[in-house]
Design a protein. Structure first.
Length: 288
């Protein structure tokens, strides 16, 4: 029995210590040295950070000055860019307005020339209608009556497209030269009188046509409108010999004449203004 009993092996303390011992053992003195170094580094970092955080008024002043200069320089650059854009826009507007003025001068000259022909025809019509041998000139009388509203430019026109665009968009302020700005505003303000006179001329034409309807044969007038020539009929007559109706027609004719005459005078005056403004713009902006 005793031979079968096996005793458990008794662990050797030295063997266990050798097996469980870590790969490297740091001596206590080295551990203390490392800990001391870490604490020293931490204190140095904290010390430097604390030292850098101390800022006096000079550092604040220089930061403010640099920030101010950066913002100010940006403002100047933006201002110069906006200034250049406005100057370029001014030139574009004034060039367009310059072309409008040249077109106005052409329109005014054309109206003046056509009005001169119109006045000559009306003078002839008035003379022939009051002539003792009126019936011998019926072809000419009919043609002159119809051509008074057919072959003439009755209404005076002008070009205010650019000016109206500048006015409604607020870009009249872009005109730097005060004399040019004042002259432009005065010129276009004066054109309102032409619009009013055009309305009066329209009313005078209506009265002229109504008076003609009581004196002249409508079919003959219509044939003249289509052929643009004197009628070929030899035995032409007025549809009435009533002196009151004839006198009313001639009265309406001379009022129509007078309205056109006033418009022609206003046209010539505006033409002089337009030419003067063109000359001023050529001088101030070197326009050709």
């Amino acid at each position: 029995m005793a031979d079968n009993i096996q005793e458990e092996p008794i662990d050797d303390p030295k063997s266990n210590q050798s097996e469980n011992q870590p790969d490297e053992v740091i001596p206590a003195k080295e551990t203390e040295a490392i800990s001391t170094n870490q604490e020293t580094e931490t204190m140095e970092v904290h010390h430097h950070a604390h030292h850098d955080g101390k800022r006096n008024w000079k550092s604040y002043f220089w930061e403010f000055l640099m920030l101010f200069l950066a913002v100010f320089c940006g403002f100047l650059a933006e201002y110069q860019l906006e200034h250049k854009i406005e100057r370029d826009r001014e030139v574009v507007y004034l060039k367009n307005l310059y072309e409008d003025l040249k077109d106005d001068v052409y329109q005014f000259n054309e109206y003046d020339s056509i009005s001169t022909i119109y006045f000559s025809n009306i003078d002839s019509l008035m003379i022939l209608m009051k002539s003792p041998d009126r019936d011998n000139h019926m072809k000419r009388i009919y043609y002159l009556e119809r051509s008074a509203t057919m072959n003439v430019k009755n209404f005076l026109s002008y070009n205010a497209r650019t000016f109206e665009q500048m006015k409604h968009s607020g870009h009249l302020r872009l005109i730097r030269k005060q004399q040019v700005a004042d002259s432009i505003s005065a010129y276009y303000f004066s054109l309102q009188a032409l619009d009013l006179q055009n309305i009066i001329i329209k009313d005078r034409i209506t009265e002229y046509m109504q008076g003609a309807g009581k004196v002249f044969d409508a079919q003959i007038l219509f044939d003249i409108f289509k052929t643009k020539q004197e009628p070929a009929i030899d035995s032409l007559k007025l549809i009435t010999n009533n002196e009151q109706d004839i006198n009313m027609f001639l009265t309406n004719t001379q009022y129509y004449y007078g309205a056109r005459k006033l418009q022609q005078e206003a046209c010539n005056e505006r033409a002089k203004r337009a030419k003067g403004l063109l000359e001023l713009m050529r001088k101030e902006y070197d326009f050709e």
